[in-house]
Write a protein that binds this ligand. Structure first.
Ligand code: NAD
Length: 503
C-alpha cells in the first residue's frame, strides 16, 4: 500500500481567485446576465479563477465585432509584414509571461508544471513560425493560357473563424490555430474549455498589448451548448476550427454543414506503439511509459495501446513495469512530477470504470489500477493492463487516462491489423532496428503521424492531424496558413475578345 500523496497548498490558494472578463471588440466585459464560472484546481481543490460566463448574446456581440473587424478594419488589409510583426511581438510577450501562463495551465488542468513550461515554450515557437508563414503566403499565376489571358489565383483570408479548444493543452492548442488564422488575415472568436480558460484570456491581453486591432480576436468563456454551438451555427462565421472529442466534433460538423462552413477537426485518438524484438528495448520501454502516461494519458496522441511482439512480451513488460514504478505522480506544481491530477472527479470515475470493466472482460491489471489516496486532489496510479484483446472496449475506445493496454502479435501483418483495428487514426509508433520493418509499419498504418524509433515529438514545420475519425484537415506545417484562406481565381483578358458566343 502506497503512502498517501501529500499535496502542498500553493501560494495562490491564500489569495482571492483571479477574475477574467470576456474580450469582445477590444473591451473586457462581464456577461450581460452577470453569470460566472469558477474553476477549481483539480490537484489542490481551491478556486483558481472565475470567468465571466458567456451565452448566446455574447456570441452575437463577439461574432459581430469579428465580422466588423474583418469587413472594415485594418487587419485583413495590412501588409503581411505588419501582421507578422504583431505576431512576433505576441511571441515575445508570451515568452515573457511563460511562468505565469504555465502555472495557470498547471493549476487549472492538473498537468505537471515542468511539462506546462515546455508547452508554453513550444507555443512561442509556433507563434514565430506562423509569423514567418504570413510573409510567404502567396497565390499562383498562369501565363500559359495564351497571349490574351493571364490567370491569377489569390489566397484571401476566409473571414471570421470560430476556434473551439479542449482542456488538455489549453495554451498549446489555441496556439496551433489562432496565429495561423491571424497570419492569413482572418478575425476570430475563440472559446477555450470552460475548465481551462484562464491562459487563453491572458493570451487576449497579450494580443491587445502587441497591437492587435480591436475586434480581431474575441474570447468567450462558457459551455459548449451555450457558446460553442452558436459559434458554429452563426451565419457570419465562415470557418470552424475545432479540437476536442470525436463525439462533439461530429455534432459540430453536422451543425456547420447547415450553412456549408469550412471545418477543421482535430479529434480523438487510440494510438498504437508497436515494438519488435530487434528494437532498442530500453529506449522503447521508456517511450512506452512516456506515451502511455504523459499528461496523465489525457492526450489525443497518447500511445494507449502497447502492441508488443509475443517473443519479448514478458521481459519487455517487466522493464515497462519497473519504469512505471519510478514515474512520480503527485503535486502538479512540483518540478519533479511527471503525472499530475486528473482533470475532474467525473473524468477520473470514467477512467476507473474502463479499468474495472477491462478486468471483468478477461484482461488483468499488471500494474497500478487504483485511485491514489491523497490529502487533496484527484490522482490515478499509472496503470498497465495485460491480456487485452482487440474486441475489448479498452482496446477500442479513447480512455483518456494513464492506462496502457497491452496487446501482442507474432507477425508484422498481425501488428498492423491490431494497429488499424480502431475507428481512430491519429498517430502510431514503431520500434525496430530494421528499416524494412519500420517502413512497412509506417506505410501500413492508417494514421496522420507515425513516429519511427521515437514517440510524440512535434515540430511546427510538420503537419499534424488525423485519418478516419481522428479528424479532418491538418494543422501546422507550411500549409497551415492556407487552411484559413479561400482561393479566388481572376482571369485577365487583354485586347479584343475573340470567339463571341452569339453573333
Ligand atoms: P470536448 O469535445 O468535450 O470539448 C471540446 C470543446 O468543445 C470544449 O471547448 C467544449 O466546451 C466545446 N463543446 C462542447 N459541446 C459543444 C457543442 N455542442 N458545440 C460546440 N462546442 C462544444 O473535448 P474535451 O473533453 O474538452 O477534450 C478531450 C478530447 O479532445 C479528447 O477526445 C481528445 O482526444 C481531443 N483532443 C484532440 C486533439 C487533436 O489534436 N486531435 C488534441 C487535444 C485533444
Amino acid at each position: 500500500m502506497n503512502a498517501p500523496l501529500k499535496i502542498a497548498m500553493p501560494a495562490e490558494a491564500a489569495e482571492a481567485p483571479k477574475g477574467y472578463k470576456l474580450l469582445i471588440d477590444g473591451k473586457h466585459v462581464d456577461a450581460r446576465d452577470g453569470r460566472t464560472i469558477a474553476r477549481n484546481s483539480p490537484g489542490h481543490g481551491f478556486t483558481v479563477s472565475h470567468y465571466a460566463q458567456a451565452g448566446e448574446a455574447e456570441v452575437e456581440a463577439a461574432v459581430l465585432a469579428a465580422h466588423r473587424a474583418f469587413e472594415t478594419g485594418p487587419w485583413p488589409r495590412m501588409k503581411a509584414a505588419e501582421r507578422a510583426a504583431i505576431l512576433l511581438k505576441a511571441a515575445d510577450l508570451i515568452g515573457g509571461r511563460l511562468e505565469e501562463i504555465a502555472r495557470l495551465d498547471a493549476l487549472e488542468s492538473g498537468k505537471p508544471i515542468a511539462q506546462a513550461r515546455g508547452e508554453i515554450g513550444g507555443a512561442v515557437d509556433i507563434w514565430r513560425y506562423a509569423a514567418s508563414l504570413a510573409r510567404t503566403l502567396h497565390g499562383e499565376t498562369y501565363a500559359n493560357l495564351g497571349d490574351a489571358m493571364l490567370g491569377v489565383v489569390l489566397r484571401e483570408p476566409i473571414g471570421v473563424v470560430s476556434i473551439i479548444t479542449p482542456w488538455n493543452f489549453p495554451f498549446l492548442i489555441v496556439s496551433q490555430k489562432l496565429p495561423f488564422a491571424l497570419a492569413a488575415g482572418c478575425t476570430a472568436v475563440v472559446k477555450p474549455s470552460e475548465m481551462t480558460s484562464a491562459s487563453t484570456f491572458v493570451l487576449g491581453d497579450i494580443l491587445m498589448q502587441a497591437g492587435l486591432p480591436a475586434g480581431v480576436v474575441n474570447i468567450l468563456a462558457g459551455l459548449g451548448t451555450d457558446v460553442g454551438a452558436p459559434m458554429v451555427s452563426h451565419p457570419l462565421v465562415e470557418m470552424v476550427s475545432f479540437t476536442g472529442s470525436t463525439r462533439v466534433g461530429k455534432m459540430t460538423m453536422a451543425s456547420a454543414a447547415q450553412s456549408l462552413k469550412k471545418v477543421s477537426m482535430e479529434l480523438g485518438g487510440k494510438n498504437g506503439q508497436i515494438v519488435f524484438q530487434d528494437a532498442d528495448l530500453e529506449a522503447a520501454a521508456d517511450a512506452a511509459v512516456f506515451g502511455g502516461f504523459f499528461n496523465a494519458g489525457e492526450c489525443c496522441n497518447a500511445g494507449s495501446r502497447l502492441i508488443v511482439h509475443e517473443a519479448i512480451a514478458d521481459d519487455f513488460l517487466s522493464t515497462v513495469k519497473a519504469l512505471t514504478a519510478r514515474v512520480t505522480v503527485g503535486d502538479p506544481l512540483d518540478d519533479q512530477t511527471k503525472v499530475g491530477a486528473m482533470i475532474s472527479s467525473d473524468h477520473l470515475a470514467k477512467v476507473a470504470g474502463y479499468v474495472a470493466a477491462a478486468a471483468t472482460e478477461g484482461s488483468s491489471i499488471y500494474s497500478g489500477g487504483k485511485q491514489l489516496a491523497s490529502n487533496i486532489g484527484q490522482y490515478l496510479d499509472p496503470t498497465i493492463i495485460r491480456g487485452v484483446t482487440e474486441d475489448m472496449a479498452i482496446a477500442r475506445e479513447e480512455v483518456f487516462g494513464p492506462v496502457l493496454s497491452v496487446l501482442t502479435f507474432e507477425s508484422i501483418e498481425k501488428a498492423l491489423h491490431i494497429a488499424n483495428n480502431t475507428p481512430y487514426g491519429l498517430s502510431a509508433g514503431v520500434w525496430s532496428a530494421s528499416i524494412d520493418t519500420c517502413m512497412s509499419v509506417a506505410r501500413g498504418v492508417r494514421s496522420g503521424t507515425v513516429w519511427v524509433n521515437t514517440f510524440m515529438e512535434g515540430y511546427p514545420e510538420l503537419p499534424f492531424g488525423g485519418y478516419k475519425q481522428s479528424g479532418l484537415g491538418r494543422e501546422l506545417g507550411k500549409r497551415a496558413v492556407e487552411d484559413y484562406t479561400e482561393e479566388k481565381t481572376i482571369q485577365f483578358h487583354r485586347g479584343q475578345r475573340t470567339g463571341w458566343w452569339v453573333g
